[in-house]
Design a protein around this ligand. Structure first.
Ligand code: ZN
Length: 301
């Protein structure tokens, strides 16, 4: 699953390349999109803006037409100079948006549909997202208010699961979930009712910092491929900077205790934490995870 910051960067790259440009060509292998294009041709419209909402990418065309995509596990957007050879087979192409200079090609995109502003507002498939951590309007106070409100409704929900809930705050993925909880010293399995306002504030603040720093890392990369794989975090220097994620069985960078890993929530996502730096608070015994030294890569991306 691409992290929200990956989608954000993809949207930003698309915005830079084709934002404000006139569409000179449109192709699609998806019948539903082709029908809309027959009735309301894309060619001649201006790409007004490209934005990310959590893990969704929205491309706005003039004349109230919005292409909404979700990459799930498989999809990716590539940008090519017109005439440049694609790095994926044509059979995997789902959407091409061409301008005078660029081709934005969506490969293997499983979820793609056209909307108007109105149908998008009504649509239930595109979730009503919480505030996007990377948007300019996002504030720590607003993020804390959202977390607190969710906690009142769901007092037994585990904090790390809530951090991943895109309806509470949009953008945080599985890596930063663990990192943010560590940075705030919060055990990821604690119930919402045990989380203090100060802890929420710390977590939201770290979430915003980490996401922004990650986006800033992409500056200078220019136009690149943003795929469903989180290839950016595979960089060695990046690995060095992670506190706990992927470090099961290794020593905590802060206290030397063994970092633990345990699958969490209905989606059974891997959660990493330090049992010393992130003490357990709540009913019952502290959750225990694996702490055997293993190659984390074999477990989960
Ligand atoms: Zn520690």
């Amino acid at each position: 699953m691409p992290e929200g910051d990956t989608i954000y960067r993809a949207a930003r790259a698309l915005q830079r390349a084709i934002g404000g440009k006139v569409v000179t060509g449109f192709e699609t292998g998806l019948a539903k999109l082709a029908r809309v294009n027959d009735d309301r041709p894309l060619v001649g419209r201006v790409v007004e803006k490209v934005e990310s909402r959590g893990k969704w990418c929205l491309i706005y065309f003039s004349g109230d037409l919005i292409l909404v995509t979700h990459m799930l596990m498989s999809g990716s957007w590539h940008l090519y100079r017109v005439g440049e050879r694609w790095r994926m087979g044509r059979d995997k192409m789902r959407v091409v948006i061409r301008t005078a200079d660029w081709e934005a090609v969506g490969f293997n995109i499983p979820v793609a549909e056209f909307h108007t502003e109105r149908s998008l507002a009504r649509n239930s498939q595109v979730p009503k997202l919480g505030p996007d951590i990377l948007s300019d309007e996002f504030t720590v106070e607003g993020g804390v208010a959202g977390l607190a409100a969710y906690g009142r409704e769901n007092p037994d929900a585990e904090i790390a699961v809530v951090l991943l809930n895109q309806q509470v705050m949009a953008g945080l993925g599985n890596v930063y979930k663990s990192e943010v909880a560590f940075a705030a010293g919060v055990n990821p399995f604690r119930a919402m009712r045990t989380i203090t306002a100060r802890e929420m504030e710390l977590m939201v603040d770290f979430a915003q910092r980490y996401m922004r720093a990650n986006v800033a890392d992409g500056v200078g990369e220019g136009i690149a491929t943003y795929s469903g794989n989180r290839r950016t975090t595979r960089a060695m220097d990046r690995e060095e900077r992670l506190w706990v994620y992927g470090r099961q069985g290794e020593e905590c960078r802060q206290c030397g205790a063994r970092v633990m890993m345990r699958k969490q929530g209905v989606q059974a996502r891997s959660t990493y934490w330090c049992p010393e730096c992130q003490p357990w608070m709540g009913d019952g015994p502290a959750p225990v995870g694996r702490s055997v030294v293993v190659r984390a890569r074999r477990f989960e991306r």
